[in-house]
Design a binder for this molecule. Structure first.
Ligand code: DGY
Length: 316
């Protein structure tokens, strides 16, 4: 009998066609994540699953799936997977690195620019049908040339964000876990987290979510940020203490925030919803046609490689 594979959402690539001859594929077709019960029931008879970042893969799930050998996560982040539990049970894990770097860096810049140039307010004015008299003092934003970009987490995406800053004439500082060779620094300078907070006019969060980075930006960090600074988060919502962010925005002196990811996804903190100084997007960092397709090819390619006994494309 062909091995069974569960794909937890419809992908931009036809999973059954991709794995034809290698597996019998069960795709969760609803436009919502499977509930934990649905996930357990559908994954239980499978040798591999393609999971999404909203699917919690914990030890209880693994225990209910005795056949499971591979979790192919359709994301670069793997914070939804209990890696220690998977390792203990001999289940391999893959992700989708590299292919989403540029798309995510682009979206980071889209949010950065939207906040810096107050596009949310400007859009609303223009859509009223009357932009009013041209004002020397109207909707003044932050000039990026000569300003300092701080990148928290200088992996592939952080470096791609830094690379784009060169075109805007920004100075770039970063802080990250392990030393980065000079040749890969994109002209950016390593600094301590305290210095990053104190000097950045724009702080972009590009680190994975781990126990160490959870609430990396909380009340003390927000208080330590440069007055008038902008915070942009396209990594994982829980890097930021959202309640503290709302308080910091209320109290000043932050200029604003651009957020693509949220602490309690799919929920957005109600205190963020009505603010003009916050630009929000619904976790779409990797959402280009090209990137989402490549992510699918990699996730399914990992499944196929595993079932054929070939080396995995992108093991975690
Ligand atoms: C990821 O891959 O981790 C993103 O958040 C979704 O593409």
């Amino acid at each position: 009998m062909a091995p069974r594979v569960f794909v937890a959402r419809r992908l931009p690539v036809d999973a059954a066609a991709f794995l034809e001859g290698d597996a019998e594929v069960d795709v969760f077709e609803a436009p919502r994540p499977p509930t934990p019960d649905e996930l357990r029931a559908r994954a239980a008879p499978c040798r591999a699953i393609v999971s999404l970042l909203s699917d919690r893969i914990d030890d209880a799930l693994l225990a209910a799936c005795p056949e499971l050998e591979l979790i192919a996560n359709y994301a670069v982040g793997v914070d939804n997977v209990d890696l220690a539990a998977a390792k203990a049970r001999g289940v391999r894990v893959t992700n989708t690195p590299d292919v989403l770097t540029d798309a995510t860096a682009d979206l980071t810049w889209a949010l950065l620019l939207a906040v810096a140039r107050r596009l949310r307010e400007g859009e609303r004015v223009a859509r009223s049908g009357d932009i009013g008299a041209w004002q020397p003092t109207g909707l003044l934003g932050l000039e990026l040339a000569g300003a300092t970009l701080g990148v928290f987490g200088f992996g592939r995406i952080g470096r791609a964000v830094a690379r784009r800053a060169q075109g805007f004439g920004m100075r770039v500082l970063y802080t990250t876990r392990s030393p980065v060779p000079e040749a890969e620094r994109e002209g950016a300078a390593p600094v301590s987290k305290a210095e990053l907070l104190a000097r950045a006019d724009v702080l972009c969060l590009c680190a994975p979510l781990t126990p160490e980075t959870r609430h990396a930006v909380g009340a003390p960090e927000l208080a330590a940020m440069k007055p008038g600074a902008i915070l942009v988060n396209t990594a994982r919502g829980a890097l930021v203490d959202e309640a503290a962010l709302v308080q910091a925005l209320d109290a000043g002196p932050l200029r604003g925030a651009g957020l693509d990811v949220f602490e309690e996804e799919p929920k957005v903190h109600p205190g963020l919803l009505e603010r003009d100084d916050v630009v929000l997007s619904p976790h779409i960092g990797s959402a280009t046609e090209h990137t989402r397709r490549r992510m699918a090819e990699i996730a399914l390619g990992n499944v196929r490689a595993h079932l054929r006994g070939e080396p995995l494309l992108t093991p975690v």
